[in-house]
Every structure is written in C-alpha cells, then in structure tokens.
Design a protein around this ligand. Structure first.
Ligand SMILES: Nc1ncnc2c1ncn2[C@@H]1O[C@H](COP(=O)(O)OP(=O)(O)OP(=O)(O)O)[C@@H](O)[C@H]1O
Ligand SMILES: [Mg+2]
Length: 499
C-alpha cells in the first residue's frame, strides 16, 4: 500500500478519528462515573456526620440528667457529665451506623488551642487545625477535602478520590468547646472505579478496532468501484471501446459509470462512423483510379496507332479525374464541417442568394431544358454564413437538376416566419422512394444504385447540406413522391444564433 494512496490516507484519518471519538467517549464516561462515586462519598460523609452529631447530642443530655440524678451540683455536676460523655464517645461512634467513618475528638485547652483527646483510627487524624477553629467560630459543621481530583483519576492508575472530612463543633457539658472530625475514606467507591477500568479499556480498544475496520471495508468497496472506472480508462487508452461498466446502485460512482458508458458509446459510434467514412471514401476513390489506370493501359497499347481510341481514352481519363477532383472537394468540405471551422454570423438576403445560385445552376443544366424559378420578391434577411448557405443551395439545386428529367421545373420559394425564414426547393423529378427517405442525409448514401452511373455522384451532397443546416442551427426536411418530384424544406434563423 502506497503511503500517499487514498486507502493509506483513509487509514490514518480513520485511526485518528476513531481514537479521538472512542477516547473522548471513554474519558467522559469514566469522568461521570468518578464524579458519581465522589458525590456518593460526600453523601456518606454527611450521613455519618448527622449520625455522630445526633448520638453525641442525645448522650450529652443523658449524662447531664445522670449527673443531676446523682445529686451533684454546679461545677461537679458539669465535670461528672463531661467525664461520662468522653467515656461514652468511643461506644457511640463505634455503633449505630457510625462505624463506617474514622473519628478524632479535639478539646479547647488553656492556650485556646485544640488538643487531640481521642481518635478511633489513624485515618481520623488530619492536620487541619485552621478548619477546626473555623468550625468553632461559625458554630456549624465545616467540610474539608477531598481536594482537587484529577479528571483521569483511576483511568490508568488505581483510583484515588481523596478523603472526605467534616469538622463538627461541639459544646461540652462544662461549656468547653470541642471539635469532632468525621473522616470518610472512600475505599468502596475507589474499588468500584478500579473494577470498571479493565472492561472499559477493553471496550474502547474493541470499538477503535471495529471503527477502523469498518472504514477500511467501506473504503475497499468504494475503491473497487473506482477500480472499474480505472479499467475503463485503461481500455479507452488502449483503443478498446466495448467495455461496459456496472451501473448498479444509487450512488455517485454508479452515476460516474453511467456517464463513462455514455461517453464510450459516443466514442465508439464516432470511431465506427469514422472507419466507415474512410472505408467508403477509399472505395469511392478506388473506382476512378482503377478507371484511369485502365485507360492509361489502353493508351499505351493502341493510343499511338488509333486516334479514335486515344480520344475516347483521354475523354474518359478527363471524366474520371474530374470525378476524383469533385470527390476530393466534397471530402474537404465534409472535414471543414466536422472541424466546425469558423462560422460567420452576418445578415444576408436569402432571396438574392437563391437567385444567384439558381442562375449558376441553370447554366449547367441548360441542355436539359429545365425551368428554374426563384423568389422574385425584395430582400428577405436572415443571419448566418452566406458562403455556407450558398453551398447548401448549390447542393440542393444540383440534385434537383440532376434528378429532374428534361422539360421539368425547379422552384425555390422563400417565406418569412416569426423567428426564422423558410426555403423550399421543389422539383418535378424522379422522386425518392419512401424507404430511402430516412437515409438520404447519410454519407455515401445513394437512393438508387442504378442512377449513380448516370449522375456520377458520391452520395455526399446531402450529408454536407445537413451539416451546414445543423451548424446554422436550422432544420432540413425532405418529402418526396416517386415520379412526381421532391421538396426540400429548410428553416434558417432570422436573428443572431445562441452560442
Ligand atoms: N431532388 C432529388 N430528386 C430525387 N432524388 C434525390 C434528390 N436529391 C437527392 N436524391 C437522392 O438522394 C441521394 C443522395 O443525394 P446526395 O446529394 O447526397 O448524393 P448524390 O447527389 O448522389 O451525389 P453527390 O451529391 O455527392 O454528387 C441521391 O443519390 C439521390 O438518389
Ligand atoms: Mg447530390
């Protein structure tokens, strides 16, 4: 796999994307679980604080009543109650639901400092003197801890939620101030976090692998479709145009395959038309060449002795060479149309142009005694290339002259429509059989092979005419009845054509 290939790039990107996505989901989940555990630890700390405070308050009342019941008075009674309370504290805090926490009990001494008088476990002793004094000042419980917790706590190492501490101010029977530190170490919550780590990491790695694999599978599918397109491009390059790409599916690559198939169909049709054209043209050229060679041989053999044969041969060579010259001219005209050489857009008078072409054509068919009639109205303006339109009219009138028997007539009539002019070229000639009408505009098509001998054409005239009309953005139609005549109907734009 090349490093710059699409597959490699998608692999990096999908890897990075999957890592970011899976990583952030895992971290967020872990963060919320850790936060929940921390909140649960906090609630537990406050629950322990309430249990301890209520138990101490209840016991204080009891010991005061006991001291009074013993008949003690004043300071003695207070001292006795105090003594009993301090003795009872370990029992109070070691039962009744309070045993989950660790406790330390501080009493105010003469230096107005606080000194530790009792603790339940080592975890209960915390160095937070200022917070304890603060609790006494405010006469309400003050919370310390758990301190700043890392967002990733427990993600990679074992969980550490910190310690949760509440300092509870107490007023003892002898009026001295005390502080009870309630300390909760969240071992239970940390254990839950620790046990979640391994499964979460496994799920994250699994999700990462699945995401990358899925991207690769999708990529392979897309690339296999693209590969078909590459095969098509290779075969076009190799000149092979009969490849058909699969177009199944409602996706962009199927659209591309469809467009390429259309392109290849068009190229194939064009290539076939070109091959046919070259074959037909060579064939048409071969006939006069063969004729000329034949007459040259005749000249060599008998030319010097027999003047009649010589004259016949020279006339035939002249005729055949003229035929070749005409074919070459037609082929050139065809190529010019194919290359869409510059086409002018100028105003011209179609009536005057028709009359000119009619006059020239009439001289060529003078011995046939045909009647040529043109439009006699004033100017009728159209827009296009008058040279090409002249060529077009020449082709149609040449056909009319060729295919109309002696004594017939050829009429050109024009009319003006809203956005175009129409030109009708009508003759009283032999007509075109109905089955040939759809083909007469094809190159080298001749309606009746027997006629080709008499008229000496190549079947290129109407193909060139159609090209000229197409380039003029016009329309050409033909209607004909055998034995009655033929009408060519042309529409040409009156205004400047759209590019
Ligand atoms: N006015 C017409 N009357 C009868 N047949 C026609 C007429 N015009 C064309 N055709 C028929 O259509 C065929 C094609 O015409 P086209 O002008 O393309 O070729 P051509 O006249 O045979 O040869 P070229 O014009 O190349 O010298 C002709 O061979 C002829 O059979
Ligand atoms: Mg012709």
């Amino acid at each position: 796999m090349r490093l710059s290939s699409i597959r490699a790039r998608v692999l990096y990107l999908s890897g990075i994307f999957a890592l970011l996505l899976v990583g952030s989901v895992t971290l967020a989940t872990y963060f919320f679980v850790a936060d929940g555990m921390s909140r649960s630890a906090q609630e537990t700390t406050w629950r322990l604080t309430h249990i301890a405070s209520r138990a101490i308050a209840r016991t204080t009342t009891t010991v005061k009543l006991d001291a009074a019941a013993e008949g003690l008075e004043g300071v003695d009674r207070e001292h006795e109650a105090q003594r009993q309370l301090l003795r009872a504290i370990p029992d109070i805090l070691g039962s009744g639901g309070a045993e989950e926490g660790a406790y330390a009990f501080y009493l105010e001494d003469e230096d107005s400092g606080l000194s530790l008088v009792w603790y339940s476990a080592d975890e209960g002793i915390v160095d937070l003197e200022a917070q304890r004094l603060d609790a006494i000042d405010r006469q309400q419980p003050v919370q310390s801890g758990p301190g700043q917790r890392s967002a990733l706590t427990g993600m990679l190492t074992s969980a550490d939620l910190g310690n949760y501490i509440v300092h509870v101010p107490l007023t003892l029977p002898d009026k001295t101030q005390g502080v009870l530190d309630v300390v909760y170490t969240p071992d239970k919550e940390e254990a839950i976090l620790d046990s979640a780590r391994a499964p979460m990491l496994i799920v994250a790695v699994f999700a990462f692998i699945v995401a990358v694999l899925m991207m690769q599978i999708i990529m392979s599918w897309v690339l296999s479709l693209v590969d078909n397109v590459r095969v098509a491009a290779d075969s076009i390059e190799a000149g092979q145009l009969d490849v058909h790409l699969p177009e199944e599916g409602e996706h962009e690559i199927a659209d591309l395959a469809h467009a390429l198939n259309n392109l290849m169909d068009r190229l194939r049709l064009r290539a076939e038309a070109q091959t046919r054209f070259v074959a037909d043209a060579s064939h048409e050229l071969a006939t006069p060449v063969a004729g000329i060679r034949g007459y040259v041989n005749i000249l060599r053999e008998w030319g010097s002795e027999d003047p009649i044969t010589r004259d016949e041969a020279v006339t035939a060579i002249d005729r055949e060479s003229l035929r070749m010259a005409k074919l070459c001219g037609d082929l050139l005209s065809m190529i010019r149309s194919d290359e869409m050489l510059e086409y002018r857009h100028v105003r011209y008078d179609i009536n005057a142009l028709s009359r000119e072409v009619l006059a020239t054509t009439a001289t060529r068919f003078i011995d046939k005694g045909l009647e040529f009639i043109g439009p006699d109205e004033g100017p009728l303006w159209a827009v296009g290339d008058p040279d090409r339109i002249e060529e077009l009219l020449g082709i149609l009138l040449d056909n009319a002259g060729k295919y109309t028997p002696e004594g017939g007539s050829v009429v050109v009539s024009t009319s003006r429509q809203r956005d175009h002019v129409t030109v009708n070229v009508k003759d009283t000639g032999v007509g075109i059989p109905e089955q040939d009408l759809p083909n007469v505009f094809e190159r080298f098509y001749r309606s009746d092979a027997s006629r080709s001998k008499d008229t000496g054409g190549f079947g290129l005239g109407l193909a060139i005419a159609k090209h000229i009309v197409d380039m003029s953005q016009g329309v050409i139609r033909v209607s004909s009845h055998v034995g009655e005549g033929t009408v060519f109907h042309i529409e040409l734009p009156r205004t400047r054509m759209k590019e």
